[in-house]
Design a protein. Structure first.
Length: 108
């Protein structure tokens, strides 16, 4: 699995805390078969939620490490409500009063 910590964690411990995958089946005329990944990373002194699909941009929200409970709850909310990466930036911006939300280029 690719490390999504980047510069923030190069000299610190980077680790995947949790990953959930939502599968969407092909429904003719309505949706393509795809997967959406909901992950939480420990990146040195930060936590990062990453919502990504098989194609298109991913969304990342960064929190201080002492907000792990809040980050896990948000990740669970995103997963349980099947929030797609294209909508995740808006949802996270509404929910993250302290987090920094970024839309990443495809393939990040």
């Amino acid at each position: 699995m690719e490390d999504h910590c980047g510069k923030a964690g190069r000299s610190k411990v980077n680790r995947l805390l949790t990953k959930q995958t939502r599968l969407f089946s092909y429904i003719e005329g309505l949706q393509a078969e795809t997967r959406v990944y909901y992950t939480l990373w420990q990146c040195g002194p930060e936590l990062r939620i990453l919502v990504s699909g098989e194609a298109g941009p991913a969304v990342r929200c960064t929190f201080p490490a002492d907000m792990e409970c809040r980050a896990r709850n948000l990740l669970q909310y995103l997963y349980e409500n099947a929030v797609m990466p294209s909508q995740a930036a808006d949802v996270l911006a509404d929910c993250c009063t302290v987090g920094q939300v970024e839309v990443l280029n495809a393939g990040c």
